[in-house]
Structures are given as structure tokens and as C-alpha cells.
Design a binder for this molecule. Structure first.
Ligand code: BTN
Length: 271
């Protein structure tokens, strides 16, 4: 990775206490999907805490079988291989830990008014700047490995027609100022390390709820719950320790929504 921005990020990490946490920072000029790459590392028996950064992805994957368009030279695409000791039911919360870490890092490095759209989209001014895709392999009640993949729209200035209404980049939101990818990536990894240590204490979001809720968009507001059994509106209250979103229906009943089950939207659009 000589002389690449990822190389600079790796050297910045070496000077930092997070260096002990991340075992390897790997870089590829091009790969199909960094999630697939890190899953291969998981299958090959590589240890926990390996970061695979791609300059470009030719088959980037989004949630729900979508494609994550990943042009080179502009954005951040990376995946983290983890082997947490937690039971499989505690793994979903790790996606929220990464969403929180990314939002904190963006705020710290750019000062932009970033928020989290439950469960793990990072948004600015009602548009998405970051998506996270977590995949895992479990073996007889234990997690073998988890791969958390993160795509951050950093310096991209144009989006395809289908997503231009709901996507943005840090550069667009910063009056077209170029953002340093190495500084941002280092900050994401440092925040994740700190947050992961808190997560591991209870194997849930107990110690991170407050920080997460402080960044949650639409908190205290009415949202639309796209429940397969029928949509309804409710007031969003924040998350519980498992990462479920607590909402209160108009008749006063409280519901806890688990990620993956349903999507939650603002009353007038994506956020
Ligand atoms: C989403 O749909 O919101 C999730 C997008 C996740 C994209 C990232 S980019 C790095 C990693 N590799 C992939 O193929 N996908 C994730």
C-alpha cells in the first residue's frame, strides 16, 4: 500500500494506542467487495481485528441485495473482520456500534451536523453519507466471525439519478472542500475501538445508548413504521440496550422494533 492514503492511515494508527487493537491494516487498489475479501480471511482462520480497505469495489454490496456503487479515488470502503466472544444474538448490535463510531468520527473531523438514522445509516441534512453491511458466520451457538463493511461517501460529487435525492457526500455538505480520507478513517477506527471495549463489557449497547440516542435523527418526533403487518405512525424514543428502537404508538402502546424486521422513515421522506 506504499504511498496510498490508506498507507498514511495505517502509519497514523501505528503512532496511536489503537495500534494494539488492529492486527493488520490491508489495502487493495481494487477488489470485488471488501466484505467478501474479509470473509475469505475469516474462512482462512485469520485473527480478529483485521481491516481490509479497498480503493475501488467492482461488486460492492449494499443491504437487501442492493449494489453499493464504489468508484475509485473518492470514497472510503473498508471491512473489519472480528471474532467477538459474544453469542450470535448479540452480533446485530455491532452494526450500531460501527454506525455510532462513524457518525462520531465524521462530526469530529468535519464538524458537520451528522446524525444516525436507525439502525445504522449515517445522514447529514436528511441524506445518507454512509451505509453499513454486517455479515457473520456462526458455529453451533458461537460466532465464528463477523464482517462489518462500511462505505462512506467522502469526496464524491455526483450520484446516479436513482439515489441522488437521498444520497450526499461529506464534500458536498462542506461547500465542496476536499476531505482527508486518512484522517477520517483513523478517527472511525479509533472511535470503534473505544466503543467496542464498552460493548464487550455487557455484550450490548448499555454503555453506548446515551451517545447513540444523542445522534439519533427524529428522536422525540413522529416516524412512519413500515411494518409488514401494516404501516403505522409512532413517536421515536431511542434505543434499548439490544439496539431495538423504542416507539410509542398513538394509542400509547410501546413497541420495540428489531433491525431487519421493519424500516423506519420520517413522515415526509427517507429521514
Ligand atoms: C447499505 O446498503 O447501506 C450498506 C452499504 C455497505 C457498503 C460497504 S462498502 C465496504 C463494504 N463492502 C461491500 O461490498 N459493502 C460494504
Amino acid at each position: 500500500m506504499k504511498d496510498s492514503w490508506a498507507d498514511r492511515a495505517a502509519s497514523l494508527l501505528v503512532k496511536d494506542s489503537a495500534n494494539d487493537f488492529y492486527k493488520k491494516i490491508l489495502y487493495r487498489e481494487s477488489t470485488g467487495s471488501s466484505n467478501e475479501w474479509m470473509k475469505e480471511a475469516g474462512e482462512a482462520g485469520d485473527p480478529s481485528c483485521i481491516v481490509g480497505i479497498a480503493e475501488e469495489q467492482t461488486a460492492g454490496k449494499g443491504r437487501l441485495g442492493r449494489t453499493w456503487v464504489s468508484p475509485k479515488g473518492e470514497n472510503i470502503y473498508f471491512s473489519l473482520l472480528l471474532r467477538p466472544g459474544a453469542a450470535p444474538r448479540h452480533a446485530a448490535a455491532l452494526t450500531l456500534v460501527m454506525g455510532l463510531s462513524t457518525a462520531q468520527a465524521i462530526r469530529e473531523t468535519t464538524g458537520l451536523p451528522v446524525g444516525i438514522k436507525w439502525p445504522n445509516d449515517v445522514v447529514i441534512n436528511h441524506r445518507k453519507v454512509c451505509g453499513i453491511l454486517t455479515e457473520m458466520k456462526t458455529d453451533s451457538e458461537k460466532i465464528d466471525y463477523v464482517v462489518i463493511g462500511i462505505g462512506i461517501n467522502v469526496n464524491q460529487t455526483e450520484f446516479a439519478e436513482g439515489i441522488s435525492a437521498t444520497a450526499t457526500s461529506l464534500r458536498i455538505e462542506s461547500d465542496m472542500q476536499e476531505i482527508d480520507r486518512a484522517d477520517l478513517l483513523v478517527s472511525v477506527l479509533q472511535h470503534f475501538r473505544e466503543n467496542f471495549i464498552l460493548y464487550e463489557k455487557t455484550e450490548d449497547l448499555f454503555g453506548l445508548r446515551e451517545a447513540y440516542d444523542a445522534l439519533l435523527v427524529n428522536r422525540g418526533e413522529r416516524v412512519r413504521i413500515e411494518d409488514p403487518k401494516g404501516p403505522y405512525t409512532a413517536v421515536s424514543k431511542g434505543i434499548d440496550a439490544t439496539g431495538a428502537l423504542i416507539v410509542v404508538r398513538e394509542d400509547g402502546t410501546e413497541e420495540r422494533i428489531s433491525s431487519g424486521e421493519v424500516s423506519v422513515r420520517g413522515l415526509y421522506g427517507y429521514v
